[in-house]
Design a protein around this ligand. Structure first.
Ligand code: G6P
Ligand code: MG
Length: 218
C-alpha cells in the first residue's frame, strides 16, 4: 500500500492529440524518400525520440544514411511538424482533460509532465496549460527516451515524491513500459489489447475519475 502523491502525464495523445501531426510530418518525409509508413507502423513511433523515430523509419524503408543527412531530415520533419502545430490552441485540449485536472487539484495531488518531445513547452504554451504542471520534464532534460524510465523518475525527483507514490498516464506502448520500469502505477489511455502492460486501461481521461484511479492505485 502506498499513498499516491503525484500524477505524471504524457503529452502527446493524453493531453492533446499531436500524435497525428507527428505522423503526418513523418509520412511526408517517408514519401519524399520514396516509401510510405502506415498508421500501424506509427504506433511504434509514439513516445520515441525524434532521432530514434527517424532511425526506425529509415530502417523500415531499407535506407542507411550518413549522420549529417539524418540531422537534415530530422530538422525538416520538425519544421513541418511546427507548421502543423502552430495553429493549435486551447480548443485542441482532449475531451475530459479540464475536468480531470480540476479533480486532481481538489484531491491535493501534484502534477508533472513527462514528454520526450523537445517541443512540449511550446505546445503547453499554445494550449494554455503551462501552469497546470508543477514540474515539466521534456526532451531537452533527458538523455534517454521512453521506454527508459528517466522522463518519469526525473519528474518524481523534481516533485520530491517516491516513485511508488506516482501514477503515470500514457497512451504509448513505450510510455507504459517506461512507467512500469520506474516502479509506478500506470494508467493506459487507449486499447487494452495494445497497452497490455498497463495496470488500468481507459479509452481516454474523459472516461475516468481521479477517485477511480486512486481507488485502484492505493
Ligand atoms: C513524443 C511523441 C513522439 C515524438 C517525440 C519527440 O514522445 O510521442 O512521436 O517523436 O515526442 O518529439 P519532438 O517534438 O522532440 O520531435
Ligand atoms: Mg503519447
Amino acid at each position: 500500500m502506498s499513498q499516491i502523491k503525484a500524477f505524471l502525464f504524457d503529452l502527446d495523445g493524453v493531453i492533446v492529440d499531436t500524435a497525428i501531426y507527428h505522423y503526418q510530418a513523418w509520412k511526408r518525409l517517408a514519401n519524399e524518400l520514396g516509401f510510405d509508413i502506415s498508421e500501424e507502423f506509427n504506433e511504434r513511433l509514439k513516445g520515441v525520440s525524434r532521432t530514434e523515430s527517424l532511425d526506425l523509419i529509415l530502417a523500415h524503408g531499407g535506407l542507411t544514411l550518413p549522420d549529417e543527412k539524418k540531422a537534415e531530415l530530422a530538422a525538416q520533419k520538425n519544421e513541418w511538424y511546427l507548421e502543423l502545430v502552430s495553429r493549435m490552441n486551447s480548443d485542441d485540449i482532449l475531451p475530459g482533460v479540464a475536468t480531470f485536472f480540476s479533480q486532481v487539484r481538489k484531491a491535493g495531488l501534484q502534477t508533472a509532465l513527462g514528454s520526450v518531445s523537445k517541443n512540449a513547452p511550446l505546445i503547453l504554451e499554445r494550449i494554455g496549460m503551462t501552469q497546470a504542471f508543477d514540474a515539466i520534464i521534456d526532451g531537452t532534460k533527458i538523455s534517454k527516451g521512453k521506454p527508459d524510465p528517466e522522463v518519469f523518475t526525473k519528474g518524481a525527483d523534481e516533485l520530491e515524491v517516491n516513485y511508488n507514490e506516482c501514477v503515470v498516464f500514457e497512451d504509448a506502448v513505450a510510455g507504459v513500459e517506461a512507467g512500469k520500469q520506474a516502479g509506478m502505477f500506470v494508467v493506459g489511455l487507449g486499447s487494452a489489447d495494445v497497452l497490455t502492460q498497463a495496470d488500468l486501461v481507459a479509452s481516454s481521461l474523459e472516461n475516468l475519475t481521479v477517485a477511480e484511479v486512486l481507488a485502484r492505485a492505493e
